[in-house]
Ligand binder design. Structure first.
Ligand SMILES: Nc1ncnc2c1ncn2[C@@H]1O[C@H](COP(=O)(O)OP(=O)(O)O)[C@@H](O)[C@H]1O
Ligand SMILES: [Mg+2]
Length: 232
């Protein structure tokens, strides 16, 4: 079983939105059974899940005290992926979650306040040797601040190549316990989550989907038409 923690000290950055969406997408992509844990006392992810009609992903109720042993139990029960949502600013909770996580996702809005808040979460993860990735969430299409945020973040860690934009369906789909993929599988929002999950899966499976891989693929074509006798 792989464990993904979604954390950032800043409220409203998109932790709960991404935790729910990635869990559903992972399940759709065949990476399940997927389970969710909500460690935020506000319980937004639990409330979303309670509204949900679909049976998957599963939801596990646990406490910070029991987290480690419950994670072991879920692994023995055959859960393949666990995604843990966390509260903003409760450092002890986030630290405990990071001790069981294989990967930390830090969602960040492309704003100075969010960027300033990233440091504390990064420090916590680095202290515990938890690999981390940043996800830019809530970006305005074509806004220059998005690329500025991306550059700033890339100085501190790996940035997921799929940016999640500000779109009303990310909020509206969650009202009745669904996700953008379940509202319209062909939407731009769905495409972003599909791409994001693909990247995250590569990271937890140890495969690196890096830009340099893409470059080497692009510069060595399998077959050049110049070598093809039909075209000489
Ligand atoms: N990409 C997005 N587009 C539109 N609304 C979003 C997006 N991401 C999050 N939201 C909305 O912003 C608010 C905060 O998001 P949430 O996931 O609850 O953040 P956190 O869990 O980090 O506090 C919610 O109302 C959510 O519906
Ligand atoms: Mg939340």
């Amino acid at each position: 079983m792989k464990v993904i923690a979604v954390a950032s000290q800043k409220g409203g950055s998109g932790k709960t939105t991404l935790a729910g969406h990635l869990a559903v997408q992972a399940e759709m992509a065949g990476a399940g059974p997927v389970a969710l844990v909500d460690t935020d006392p506000q319980g937004s992810l639990s409330e979303w899940w309670n509204e949900r009609e679909a049976e998957t992903p599963l939801f596990a109720r646990t406490t910070i005290e029991n987290l480690k042993s419950d994670v072991d139990r879920m692994s023995h029960m055959g859960i393949k992926l666990l995604i843990i949502d966390t509260p903003p600013a409760i450092t002890e909770t986030i630290a405990t979650v990071l001790t069981v996580a294989d990967l930390l996702i830090i969602p960040t809005r492309p704003s100075p306040h969010d960027l300033r808040a990233v440091g504390a979460t990064v420090e916590l993860a680095e202290g515990l040797d938890t690999p981390l990735i940043f996800v830019v969430n809530g970006a305005t299409p074509r806004a220059r601040i998005t690329s500025e945020a991306a550059i700033a973040l890339s100085q501190h860690g790996t940035l997921a190549p799929s940016i999640v934009h500000q779109r009303v369906d990310f909020a509206s789909s969650m009202i009745d316990g669904r996700t953008v993929m379940e509202l319209n599988a062909a939407s731009k929002s769905s495409e972003e989550i599909t791409k994001l999950w693909h990247y995250v899966q590569g990271r937890i499976d140890g495969k690196q989907a890096t830009m340099s891989n893409q470059i080497s693929k692009a510069t060595t074509p399998k077959r050049s038409f110049l070598n093809d006798s039909a075209h000489v």
